[in-house]
Design a binder for this molecule. Structure first.
Ligand SMILES: NC(=O)C1=CN([C@@H]2O[C@H](COP(=O)(O)OP(=O)(O)OC[C@H]3O[C@@H](n4cnc5c(N)ncnc54)[C@H](OP(=O)(O)O)[C@@H]3O)[C@@H](O)[C@H]2O)C=CC1
Ligand SMILES: CC(=O)C(=O)O
Ligand SMILES: [Mg+2]
Length: 640
């Protein structure tokens, strides 16, 4: 992608093509050129891409699906095998190729290669085979990919901004060739899934999350930017690893780190506008909460591990309430872990219980937490209780062991997000089954190797009565002749739809109510038949529609509350959001070939009626309503 851009000079010659933002990025900054920002998103801009570039550029490439006419007119005839294929045939071949690999990491490498080679084909394969592909580009395989990133890294995808770029972050961001970025997923790699500090190798996570932005919510790939903020790593193995791709130094912390992240936030909105959505992902606990508090009212931002996870877990709980015919406030919740995920879920549970009519205190009283030092109680020895945990500290005797806490509290819901594999022992699961007709058991830690228990273990220990969800996928389990389908309680059900709703409606800030609304919407999408076979979420094959519905409902709400800024309000929001979505089917490249008869003109596309077009450029000395200019819509220079 970068290679072609660098070579682009001058005006188009015969046979040259019109491209969208990515490939024309550099031109936009040159004096005298129309910037891409000025043209509507996706509108082509003048450029020069010829011949082989059509095959090398992942965004343009159709492989053997180029027709004879396309091959001849684009100057690639002879560069491809003579056979012509449909995209359907190509999809079949990709699926065959993927199934030929034994190891998931090799499947991951194949898929990344496809993404680099033929973007539309990649997204079609992913979007139409979500259940099969998501575990490969996302958890669990992406965890392994991050661990092995130094071995498998091939081509640039996303920006690496290091602490040494401090003072120049905006300049680094200008090197990203896309002009219309709407969403950034950023990590500093300190807490990658439950795998700990993977430093710059955490890049796999923003890349994977943003692939899901496109595959699950139809947000255009060119509008998505993955970023790693590399401040070093404290992972000794990586520091000693000859293949490590990041800065080989310990993490920079304190004031210098904070200034670096501040500068990044400022650079991001300076480059892409105040409404650029910035999703924080897999930051260490101590930074995640701080940054959320610091930036949530200043930028268009959310923390996926705290808020996205809260939303998906509460959706699962609300669906469970439908199954059990109870309210949240009828339950006693015990969390293993009191970090980003657990506290996020607990706080949103409190909000939901308040909605049911409980006081804040009464709602907090229903939630118990165990962290690395045991049950969170007031007057705890050794350092006490700090931060958001304080709200959940109980007037009880300290207890260290989860099994003992379960016996003491007899909770109806046990939720794990502590990255402690097998922490839900057979005895704990059995106890949960004894205390409850249908115990709620969520093993949310990722990847699979970190899960608190497997679906099979939860169902076996409770004779199939557990209402179960897990962060990474588990296969269906058959118990006593009945097949149960464990739900995947993963924030992937939430963040793509939330992002789409935020971008489409032009929300400046993302309030907590957005996540409760998304949870409620998601819980309602599960059918009674699905609940009956153990599902707490709609099947993954429906997740694109789920994301769209979440987006539309959030956008509707944003217009009601005045939080939307895309004006005028579209009459049909559903149709409006749909009209923004990415289409992974191939475009006809010939439709974009310059229709201009000469190479002197540079305003593209050629206006149908030149006389009328020139008329529009005449100065009009009559007054016009200033209100008409209040909003640009659809807005490309989003403010938050
Ligand atoms: N399913 C999903 O969508 C999501 C899943 N997750 C998963 O949840 C897990 C935790 O993530 P996150 O909350 O962000 O991480 P944090 O680091 O913020 O929190 C981890 C928590 O686990 C506690 N803990 C650590 N060891 C033990 C132990 N032996 N016994 C009890 N508690 C312990 C920590 O205790 P202390 O506070 O004392 O340090 C801390 O409270 C990860 O595996 C992650 O992949 C996260 C986000 C989304
Ligand atoms: C799913 C996710 O965001 C995590 O495990 O961190
Ligand atoms: Mg995460």
């Amino acid at each position: 992608m970068l290679g072609v851009t660098a070579r682009l000079t001058g005006l188009p010659a015969a046979g040259s093509r019109v491209l969208s933002g990515a490939l024309s990025g550099r031109l936009a900054d040159r004096p005298g050129r129309r910037s891409v920002q000025e043209s509507a998103p996706d509108k082509p801009c003048p450029n020069m891409v010829r011949g082989i570039d059509n095959v090398r550029e992942t965004r343009l490439n159709k492989g053997m699906a180029f027709t004879l006419e396309e091959r001849q007119r684009l100057g690639i005839h002879g560069l491809l095998p003579p056979r012509f294929k449909t995209q359907d045939e190509q999809v079949d071949l990709c699926l065959k190729n993927i199934s030929r690999y034994q190891e998931d990491l090799n499947k991951f490498i194949y898929l990344m290669g496809l993404q680099d080679r033929n973007e539309r084909l990649f997204y079609r394969v992913l979007s139409e085979n979500v259940e099969q592909m998501m575990p490969l580009v996302y958890t669990p395989t992406v965890g392994l990919a991050c661990q092995k990133f130094g071995l498998i890294y091939r081509r640039p995808r996303g920006l690496f901004i290091t602490i040494h770029d401090k003072g120049h972050i905006y300049d680094v961001m200008r090197n990203w060739p896309e002009q219309d970025v709407r969403a950034i997923v950023v990590t500093d790699g300190e807490r990658i899934l439950g795998l700990g500090d993977l430093g710059a190798q955490g890049m796999g996570i923003p890349v994977g999350k943003l692939s899901l932005y496109t595959a699950l919510a139809g947000i255009k790939p060119q509008q998505c930017l993955p970023i790693v903020l590399d401040v070093g790593t404290n992972n000794k193995d990586l520091l000693n690893d000859e293949f490590y791709i990041g800065l080989k130094q310990n993490r920079v912390t304190g004031e210098a780190y904070d200034e670096f992240v501040d500068e990044f936030m400022q650079a991001a909105v300076r480059r892409y506008g105040q409404k650029t959505l910035i999703q924080f992902e897999d930051f260490g606990n101590h930074n995640a909460f701080r940054f959320l508090d610091k930036y949530r009212n200043k930028y268009c931002t959310f923390n996926d591990d705290i808020q996205g996870t809260a939303s998906v877990a509460v959706a699962g709980l609300l669906a469970a309430m439908r199954k059990l015919n109870t309210k949240l406030s009828d339950h006693t919740f015990l969390f293993l872990g009191a970090g980003e995920a657990s506290l996020g879920i607990a706080n949103l549970c409190v909000m939901a219980m308040e909605q049911e009519g409980l006081s804040s205190q009464a709602a907090h009283d229903k939630i118990f937490m165990v962290d690395s030092r045991g049950l969170i109680v007031k007057n705890r020895p050794e350092g006490g209780v700090t931060g958001h945990k304080v709200d959940y500290a109980k007037d009880m005797e300290p207890m260290k062991n989860l099994g003992d806490v379960v016996k003491k509290l007899k909770p109806s819901a046990l939720i794990g997000a502590a990255a402690q594999p097998q922490a839900f022992t057979a005895e704990i699961l059995k106890d949960m089954g004894e205390y409850n007709k249908e115990p709620i058991i969520f093993a949310l830690s990722n990847p699979t190797s970190m899960a608190e228990c497997t679906a099979e273990q939860a169902y076996q220990a409770t004779q199939g009565r557990a209402v179960f969800a897990s962060g990474s996928p588990f296969a269906p389990v058959t118990i006593n002749g009945k097949t149960l389908y464990p739900g995947q309680g993963n924030n992937a059900y939430i963040f793509p739809g939330v992002a789409l709703g935020v971008i489409a409606s032009g929300m400046h800030h993302i309030g907590e109510d957005v996540f409760l609304r998304a949870a409620e919407a998601l819980a309602k999408m599960v059918t009674d038949q699905e609940l009956d076979v153990g599902r707490l979420y709609p099947p993954l094959e429906n997740i694109r529609d789920v994301s769209l519905q979440i987006a539309v409902q959030l956008a509707e709400h944003a217009y009601k509350t005045g939080e939307a800024s895309t004006y005028p309000q579209p009459a049909d929001l559903n149709a409006f959001v749909r009209s923004q979505l990415y289409d992974y089917h191939y475009a006809n490249p010939l439709e974009q070939v310059y229709p201009w008869p000469t190479r002197e003109a540079s305003v593209y596309p050629h206006p149908d009626d030149l006389l009328a077009y020139i008329e529009t450029h005449r100065y009009d000395f009559s007054y016009e309503s200033p209100l008409l200019n209040t909003y640009e819509w659809p807005s490309s220079g989003m403010v938050h």
